[in-house]
Design a protein around this ligand. Sequence first.
Ligand SMILES: [Zn+2]
Ligand SMILES: [Zn+2]
Length: 140
Amino acid sequence: MSVGADGVAEDWGSPEEPNLLEAPVHELPEALTMPKPGECLICYLWRMQDFGCRGHEFTDRYVELRAPGATGLRRRLAGMGAVCCECEVFLNAYHPIHRQRLEDQAEDEWEYRMAETPDMPTCPGVRRGSTQPCGLWTRS
Ligand SMILES: [Zn+2]
Ligand SMILES: [Zn+2]
């Protein structure tokens, strides 16, 4: 244990972790931000919520990598209430079919509960090019 000039122990605590919430999408580890094989858009966006609110960047990434024909996707999501960002997909458009919908909750409460939410089951998959959710999700 060394002690710095200011008297603060220098090797106390855990090593710094890269701040994934502030890193630009293209600097995030690709293994973490790639859609898994067959993974549906909504399961993918759910996983990406771990990286915080990023507008529609992950939707665009999914379209680019998995469904290049889905040019109207953003408009379709907006029509379901996901206008500003992907969090709204889970506030307004889809919720996990096996979980009670968290209605009438303040946004903070929702975010708190999302953090508390256990992992979703593995996505059963959709056909390539589809932007439909798999059977784990239902329309809100
Ligand atoms: Zn958001
Ligand atoms: Zn899925």
